[in-house]
Design a protein around this ligand. Structure first.
Ligand code: GAR
Length: 195
C-alpha cells in the first residue's frame, strides 16, 4: 500500500495529533506521518511527536509581524521539503489565508469542537450550553476559505447534561475527538491521490 505523507499542524498540547500518530502505527493505516509542524516553538505536542520519532519543525508566526502569507510561505517550504500529500490541522489556532487554503484544496482537513455548521470559531462549548442545545460534539471537515465552513467528513456527539460547564463538556468531547479524527482522516485520505 502506498501511504500518503501526512503533516499534522499543531499549536499546543497535541492530544489529537498523538491519537493520529498512534493510529498511524497500524500497517493498514493509509497515512504515514512525515512532519509535525507548529506555529509555536514551545508547543508541548512537539516534544510528544519527537518522543514518538516523528520529524518536527516550528515556524514561529510572531516573527512575521502581521504578514500571514509570509508566515504561510515559510510553512509551505517545510511542507514541500517533507513532500507532504495531506495536512491535518489538530488544534492549529491560526486562521489560514485563501492563498494557503487554495494551494492545499482537497488535501487539508481540520477537527473542530462543535457540531458544524453550528458554532464555527471559538468558545464552542459555552455557546452550545448557552443556546440550550441538547447535544454538542466535534466535527472533522475539509478546510475551505471560510473559517470552519468546509464539508463535514464525520461527526461525533454527546448529550449536554444539566449543570454542564464548558470545561466539563470539553472533557467529555475530547475523547470523542481522539476516536473520531484518525478514522475520519483515513476516510478523507481515501479520496485523494499522492502528488
Ligand atoms: C481540540 O479540542 C480541537 O478540537 C480544538 O482545539 C483542541 C486542541 O487540543 N480545535 C479548535 O478549536 C480549532 N478551531 P489538542 O492540541 O490536545 O489536540
Amino acid at each position: 500500500m502506498t501511504k500518503l505523507r501526512l503533516a499534522i499542524l499543531i499549536s499546543g498540547r497535541g492530544s489529537n495529533m498523538e491519537s493520529i500518530l498512534q493510529s498511524a502505527e497500524a500497517d493498514d493505516y493509509p497515512l504515514e506521518p512525515a512532519l509535525v509542524l507548529s506555529n509555536r516553538p514551545n508547543a508541548a505536542g512537539l516534544k510528544t511527536a519527537e518522543g514518538l520519532g516523528i520529524q518536527t519543525k516550528s515556524v514561529d508566526h510572531t516573527l512575521f509581524d502581521k504578514d500571514r502569507e509570509a508566515f504561510e510561505a515559510a510553512m509551505q517550504v517545510a511542507l514541500k521539503e517533507s513532500k507532504i500529500d495531506i495536512i491535518a490541522l489538530a488544534g492549529f489556532m491560526r486562521i489560514l489565508t485563501p492563498w494557503f487554503v487554495n494551494k492545499w484544496a482537497g488535501r487539508l482537513v481540520n477537527i473542530h469542537p462543535s457540531l458544524l455548521p453550528k458554532y464555527p470559531g471559538l468558545n464552542t462549548h459555552l455557546r452550545a450550553i448557552d443556546a440550550g442545545d441538547a447535544h454538542a460534539g466535534c466535527s472533522v471537515h475539509w478546510v475551505t476559505e471560510g473559517v470552519d465552513e468546509g464539508q463535514v467528513i464525520d461527526q461525533a456527539k454527546v448529550a449536554i447534561a444539566a449543570g454542564e460547564t464548558a470545561a466539563s463538556l470539553a472533557e467529555k468531547i475530547l475523547p470523542l475527538e481522539h476516536a473520531l479524527y484518525p478514522v475520519a482522516l483515513a476516510k478523507a485520505a481515501r479520496q485523494i491521490t499522492p502528488r
